[in-house]
Design a protein around this ligand. Structure first.
Ligand code: NAP
Length: 301
């Protein structure tokens, strides 16, 4: 599938983008359901791993703030969360890539008196292809969402958690955070940042009552990697290598609630991670390089 130009790509995104808005009228009915286990904010909740994570938290008795750009998909999920799990859910349709979005979101929730107990930093972008074939604007958009926005949200929501002496943060990283990956160079580097930040904060916060967890799945069957919404990223990987978003979300929810620092879902992922960690850096680069060049090579079209 040919890669859309940077302009086409941002136009496609603009179509689904929506201004931040107040709590949907249909969400009325109190800010927490009875016996709530806490309020969870999930970014990138409109589909894929984020939507499945939201369902896991709802099933576990949590109420939800669902954030992404696609208002329709968010409302559908909020309705399902209320109907299927009996939990309270609200939606914020917001382009987190816009300057100041993290702060705007934090302020909006404060105004609505919604306190966040668990922050799930899931929204992310992936660009597959040779480094120079990907427009610089796309690289910057990815770095902004995967790194800057995640850091800003963590900064905003962690401070009140620390002050209360309780809270959890779940950062969706990737198996790609463990080694450099050719053809996913900027993506893998952005996830290495997420893992490093998570590990550092997890140590910094020891004894504070707040935990930070990195979820590091291998390839997952979502719009990011397969199908017509993959925006030219369709990775053509054997389906045996792909995890289901539901399984990944189950693992992420469990690890977050246990306060683990790193969770690699699935035996295959854990074998890859273990093998990677055992290798000297040069060998790691060599094997990841070989796999990345062969598996992720794009047609020059
Ligand atoms: N799929 C994999 O193989 C894989 C593997 C390891 C890690 N991960 C990570 O898992 C996370 C979720 O990925 P996924 O596979 O579920 O991808 P996905 O299906 O493409 O979902 C991405 C989510 O992020 C949201 N999003 C994207 N740009 C946004 C923006 N500017 N503002 C607000 N929300 C935005 C999207 O919603 P809207 O379009 O509605 O805004 C969507 O809900 C990402 O961090 C990804 O890097 C994925």
């Amino acid at each position: 599938m040919p890669r859309p130009t940077g302009q086409a790509r941002s136009k496609a995104k603009a179509k689904t983008a929506a201004k931040p808005r107040a709590r949907s009228r249909s969400d009325k009915g109190g800010r927490r359901s009875p016996a709530s286990k806490g309020m969870v904010l999930v970014t990138g909740a409109s589909r894929g791993i984020g939507a499945e994570l939201a369902k896991q938290f709802a099933q576990g008795g949590h109420d939800l703030v669902l954030v992404a750009r696609n208002a329709g998909q968010l409302l559908e999920l909020a309705t399902a969360i209320r109907d299927d799990y009996g939990r309270w859910a609200t939606t914020v349709a917001l382009d987190l890539g816009e300057p100041g979005a993290a702060q705007k979101l934090y302020q909006q929730l404060r105004r609505e008196d919604i306190e966040i107990d668990v922050l799930v930093n899931n929204a992310g972008l992936l660009d597959n292809g040779e480094f120079t074939a990907i427009p610089m604007g796309d690289h910057l958009q990815l770095i902004n969402l995967n790194i800057a926005v995640l850091t800003a949200l963590t900064h905003q929501f962690l401070a009140p958690m620390r002050a209360r002496g309780s809270g959890r943060i779940l950062n969706v990283a990737s198996l790609a955070s463990l080694q450099p990956v050719p053809n996913l160079a900027v993506y893998a580097a952005s996830k290495a940042y997420v893992l490093s930040l998570t590990e550092a904060l997890s140590e910094e916060l020891k004894g504070s009552g707040v935990t930070v967890t990195a979820l590091c799945p291998g390839f997952v069957r979502t719009d990011m990697t397969v199908g017509s919404n993959a925006e030219g990223n369709d990775l053509h990987l054997p389906s045996a290598l792909m995890l289901s978003p539901q399984f990944v979300a189950e693992e992420g929810y469990e690890a977050c609630m246990k306060g683990e620092t790193i969770r690699v879902p699935g035996l295959g992922g854990r074998l890859v991670a273990g093998f990677t960690e055992l290798q000297p850096r040069a060998v790691r680069r060599l094997t990841a390089g070989l796999l990345g060049r062969v598996l992720l090579k794009k047609d020059p079209s």
